[in-house]
Design a protein around this ligand. Structure first.
Ligand code: COI
Length: 350
């Protein structure tokens, strides 16, 4: 296929209608979208055009069999106003990992990154610059072939949308340790960023919210004993000066913020271990005063400090101070706007 991206820009941007200093992620969308079609075994016609509705056949296979995957990433502006991306190559790889698991075609990784660069450059006026804000980018792929029957679709769309985003959580969060529903099992789709994983989380998350919690803390599907991940993020604990996070055991999403935080913590001299973590270990550390910090990490949320973990059987109050997680949060945010040195080479100019 040709990787030249055809560009049709809108005549007038709607950005003036949006207060970028006070936006909530997911409600406003930028002027354009990137679209690419998969037909006859190849990706065709990559283009950036006005954001618009997409005609969809009611038998489109994504609607029936759930072949739908997505990515999440954020664009920021450097100190001189240059639009920047954070590790887009990693999102390209993870999209293709998800595609493979869901029987969907691979998307060329160089085109993925190039499309993001060109899209972000065109939408640069939509990038909020207030601290903790960014332009959230949503690349996604779904099966649009009209067919009733159980097999991989033969036609797909890959699209990128942009949505200006303020901070996801404005306060510390409370997690409901889910002890009835599960998110994923080894061998299932938990490692893929598949739309269905999030669909299955909606009802449990609603129950958790009704009880006063912000998100669900997922435990392992076998015994409800080991901590896996949180609704929209991975999780870290600091016990006696050392960090632990659940290892990628086969049902946990390999977060790009997760891997970046591990690198940052190690670079700051902290020990970080990826290993199975029992909920009872966290309860004990909380009881004997050795649990020092806990936080969630994800693209949309950034770094979210946790103040409480509980369910109908127990409540853990976490320490009020989060000095190291605050430092990691500040460092990551500073790298993303080129206020701190990008010593890992994570930043890509759009
Ligand atoms: C992200 O962090 O980018 C996500 O995909 C979470 C999303 C469901 C809000």
């Amino acid at each position: 296929m040709t990787s030249e991206i055809k560009i049709s820009k809108v005549k007038e941007s709607k950005v003036t209608q949006v207060d970028l200093d006070n936006v909530t992620m997911g409600f406003n969308f930028t002027d354009h979208m990137f679209v690419c079609d998969y037909t006859n075994g190849e990706w065709q016609n990559p283009r950036i055009e006005a954001l618009n509705l997409i005609p969809t056949h009611p038998a489109a296979m994504a609607l029936h069999y759930g072949q739908a995957i997505f990515e999440g990433m954020k664009a920021t502006k450097g100190q001189d106003g240059t639009p920047l991306l954070f590790r887009p190559d990693q999102n390209a790889k993870r999209l293709n990992f998800s595609a493979d698991r869901m029987g969907m075609p691979q998307f060329p990784e160089d085109l993925f990154v190039e499309a993001l660069k060109q899209f972000t450059a065109i939408e640069k006026d939509w990038i909020p610059t207030k601290e903790g804000s960014a332009l959230y980018l949503r690349p996604f792929m779904y099966a649009d072939e009209p067919f009733i029957g159980m097999r991989a679709a033969t036609s797909y769309k890959f699209i990128i949308l942009g949505s200006p985003a303020g901070p996801f959580f404005s306060k510390k969060i409370k997690l409901f340790a889910e002890n009835k529903y599960v998110r994923a099992v080894n061998g299932g789709t938990g490692e893929a960023k598949a739309a269905g994983n999030y669909a299955a989380a909606i009802r449990p998350t609603e129950y958790a919210k009704a009880k006063g919690y912000d998100q669900v803390l997922w435990l392992d599907a076998q015994d409800f004993e080991y901590i896996q991940e949180v609704g929209t993020m991975n999780i870290f604990f600091k016990i006696e000066g050392k960090f632990i996070t659940p290892d990628l055991s086969g049902s946990i999403l390999a977060g790009i913020t997760r891997m970046s935080v591990i690198d940052l913590l190690r670079d700051k001299g902290f020990e970080v271990t990826e290993r199975p973590i029992k909920l009872t270990e966290i309860k004990e550390a909380s009881a004997n005063g050795t649990l020092e910090e806990a936080f969630g990490v994800g693209t949309a949320v950034g770094i979210a400090m946790i103040e409480e973990i509980g369910n109908d059987d127990f409540t853990l109050k976490l320490p009020a101070e989060n000095p190291v997680s605050n430092m990691v949060n500040d460092t990551l945010n500073a790298i993303k706007v080129q206020k701190a040195e990008d010593k890992f080479g994570w930043i890509v100019e759009a």
